[in-house]
Design a protein around this ligand. Sequence first.
Ligand code: NOJ
Length: 725
Amino acid sequence: MRNQFLFLAAASLVSAQGFSADWDAAYTKAKTALGKLSQNEKLGLVSGVGWGKGACAGNTAAANSIGYGGLCLQDGPLGVRDRTGITAFPPGIQAASTWDRDLIRQRGKGIGAQTKALGIHVILGPVAGPLGQFPEGGRNWEGFGNDPYLCGVSMEQTVGGIQEAGAQACAKHYIGNEQEKNRDTMNAVIDDRTFHELYLWPFAEAVRANVASIMCSYNKISGKWACENQQMLDAILKKELGFRGYVVTDWDAQHTTVDSANAGLDMTMPGSNYGGMNVLWNNGQLSNAVNNRQVPQARLDDMVTRILAAWYLTKQDSGYPRVVTGGSNVQTTADKNLAKAVARDGIVLLKNEDILPLVKPRSIAIIGSHAVSNPRGINSCGDMGCNTGALSMGWGSGTATLPYLSAPADAISSRARQEGSTVTTTASDNSYQGASAAQNADVAIVFITADSGEEYITVENNKGDRNDLNAWHAGNELVKAVANVNRNTIVVVHSVGPILLESFADLPNVKAIVWAGLPGQESGNALVEVLYGDVSPSGKLPYTIAKRASDYGTSIQATTDNFSEGLYIDYRYLDKNNIAPRYEFGFGLSYTTFNYTALSITSTATSGPATGATVPGGASSLFDTVATITATITNSGPVPGAEVAQLYLGLPSSAPATPVRQLRGFEKQMLQVGESASVTFELRRKDLSYWDVGGKRWVLPAGSFRVEVGGSSRDLRLSGMMTVA
Ligand code: NOJ
């Protein structure tokens, strides 16, 4: 892996682990093609053909003069939506929980390959907004957790994987769309530093990875709609970050013809009076605006050039499959295995008191309605708009049709029988029934959930965002009732995000808590491999599980979101305020143990602002490696296992007030029993810098940085200082 990185870094056109791309060559082709297009063809390229007209959620017209078949844009971030025979991969949040760069990339590649096989050009993902300002945010699970660094790496790898497979990725939703409530009218007011250091960061990494397209969001930013916000689209995305692809609206997020065109919007979707806005581009409006010089012809040409450049960049101009409608089967065995690996390696073991892995218990009671498939059918709720049966993903446009679901109860039962255990399943959340099933079993495994999704569906009174952070369906009561009668209670949680565990986490009879997240189609198969110790759990939390909702310091807003907590979301807030979490960001147990030794820090960093020409992602020097930190981890326990070594950085006092520590590196390392390995964290100039509001630039501060390396944000085994002059 190292050698490959060095080799790639040497080739200047390649972003470290994103998509290897030559924008200049793509632009040359795009400009040649532009010269052959009629004005009508140009107009057809930049606007959807209308809602429901075409094979995909969004479709653009063909331009026959250049052999351009038009684009088919389809959701979504975990696999191809509304198609059969695809893979319903685990959502982004589960991929992030693996903290495994390679696996995250493979997942992207799997999604991209199926997208291409179906002839779809643009897959509407991955998601970096919402980032996760609010733990209740309905769509957080579509993305990669609320730490910008973890999310940024996940964006880079996912974009890289999708585009390497031949599809165009679309990083969404840009930006400030942190909640579902009032998302169409919300005004996000984000101070410039918080904007750069938290919310823009993962989008910048997507640009760095050469993402083809970016979707602007429904909300306003500082009073201006995201899709006609000149500051956001032109000044920041295109100029500051050097984004050379195209900006496409979220569906019906366009409010004006002229202003949006002039602000830097490049494509409008879906191109019909969908939802009541009569401000389109494709019914003569944009054409008129260009004719009477409200929108410069050069701006239209730029839109077209960007769209064509992305198409050439991903080599969709030759041999791309035709759009497949109707039934299909593009899922391979490798896809299923990959989906299982992501589901499994994203499982986070939160508590384990000598009970896991299971060793041939005589009898097992499986308890809870969420242990079994939805009795009405695994796809019976449109866009997964219900929380009935085993939870594999949230709800909304970011879902896919399950080709099958490995239900936890089925997978556990079949394994348990092989091991000679008797099994009873009680698919009820009723405490009385749960307790009576549990009381005579050696081991009781209880399933609880929390769900959320997109605002166009309300599930059990939750209109997208969650109403609170409690387990649904009286899950806490069920766990307590079971633990009351069974000394070996194991709680399995399937959830879109953190839930409060205080009512049972310390109960002595709750011997284990297994955070199984959102596993996609391979739910049960993945879980069994962890429960039975085929693999040691290796996932780590991509968010904090706090003791109380108020410990997060943020809550869903009404009409304006002022982002008043600034940089202090999730662990940054708890650290600042000395609040003890239940389970901290980055936490996760294993069946083995790891030692950390031999921290070494070398740096060539010099203080001062980032410099250099703008490359995709920002000023070129931001991406220079300026420090290398290594540590040795040893598997000191009884079984093989993988550890996620995490690096946190504290900035020197010469920087403006900054969180106590921020994630700036991680490396997942598999280790056999007794084996040691050195993990290396390469820090880029950007990773050591803060956003200087006055100078509008990244600045690397002088002084002493605190370097901490460990197994979570609070299990920091090694620390040292790094001084920069
Ligand atoms: C609206 C959602 O916000 C977006 O994520 C999705 O891609 C479009 N609808 C198209 O379904």
